[in-house]
Design a binder for this molecule. Structure first.
Ligand SMILES: [Ca+2]
Length: 291
């Protein structure tokens, strides 16, 4: 009898081409595996893919041969259904992925002398909350100021023959703005688009972009920038700033507020000015990836 049962199983296995049904004895001819929600029409259940944390997912020893593997990554508030494409885990859900979206864009055309502080972005993505451009406490707007630009004077720290980055930080000679992802959105900062800086002859010659994710500890982005010699309205064109390689600025959620700032130094007089200057289109644009 045992022998007969074994033979039957082998025959069944062979004839069914390894079809498996769960909650059904009659899986679809097209399905290798059919999972039925109910066996009795009364009690129902769902299909549960493996659920893992991001750390557990990274412990799965996937290779290029594992293309198509599915997991549900539990990582609130950004849990995701993901598939291994052979080289990376790609998100299937949520689907609202947007690459290189404008998170914030400022327009200085029409802004009168120096502009307000904070100065709101003209365009803000609905996925983020933006804190407007804000002058550091050491800066002033005592001179006439130029129209169609946003900035300050008072960059020179009186009493110090050598003006440095550290001195400007200590004396609040910087401008800042903040980016906070809205709840349920995952934000990765990618780039600050090319922009233009205008300065006067005694304004700061040099500056550097910095970021902070706690509002206190700031880190340099790249190296100091020499703003350029043009002190008239055309100003000095500046290259884009790449943020995509900064791990701390990727995959941000609503619990993190990013502060970006430009610290300037090298001014030679208190009346020296520095502005984010008008160009065609928006004048300061921050882009990022959203999901
Ligand atoms: Ca403009």
């Amino acid at each position: 009898m045992k022998f007969f049962v074994l033979i039957s199983c082998l025959l069944f296995t062979y004839s069914s081409v390894a079809q498996v049904g769960i909650n059904t004895t009659n899986p679809s001819p097209a399905a290798v595996l059919e999972v039925n929600s109910s066996s009795n029409g009364t009690d129902f259940g769902g299909f549960m893919p493996p659920r893992v944390t991001p750390t557990e997912r990274d412990a799965i020893p996937v290779t290029t041969a594992d293309e198509g593997m599915l997991v549900y990554v539990i990582n609130p508030p950004n849990s995701q259904l993901q598939i291994w494409d052979g080289s990376a885990w790609q998100t299937l859900f949520p689907q609202n992925i947007e690459f290189s979206a404008v998170l914030a864009a400022w327009e200085v055309l029409g802004v009168p002398a120096f502009g307000p502080s904070p100065f709101d972005a003209a365009t803000t993505s609905p996925s983020v909350t933006i804190g407007g451009l804000t002058r550091g406490g050491g800066l002033t707007t005592s001179g006439g100021g130029s129209n169609d630009s946003w900035g300050a004077d008072g960059w020179f720290v009186v009493g110090f023959p050598t003006q440095t980055q550290a001195l400007s930080v200590t004396n609040n000679r910087f401008v800042t703005f903040t980016i906070t992802p809205n709840f349920g959105v995952n934000v990765s900062l990618t780039t600050i688009e090319p922009y233009n800086i205008r300065r006067s002859g005694t304004g700061p010659t040099t500056g550097i972009w910095q970021y902070s994710i706690n509002g206190t500890d700031f880190f340099d982005i790249g190296t100091p920038i020499i703003w350029g010699p043009v002190t008239t309205a055309p100003g000095n064109d500046q290259s884009a700033i790449d943020l995509s390689g900064i791990a701390a600025l990727q995959n941000l959620t609503s619990t993190t507020t990013v502060t970006l700032r430009i610290v300037n130094w090298g001014a030679t007089g208190a009346g020296g000015t520095w502005y984010i200057n008008n160009i065609n289109g928006n004048d300061l644009i921050v882009k990022g990836n959203l999901r």
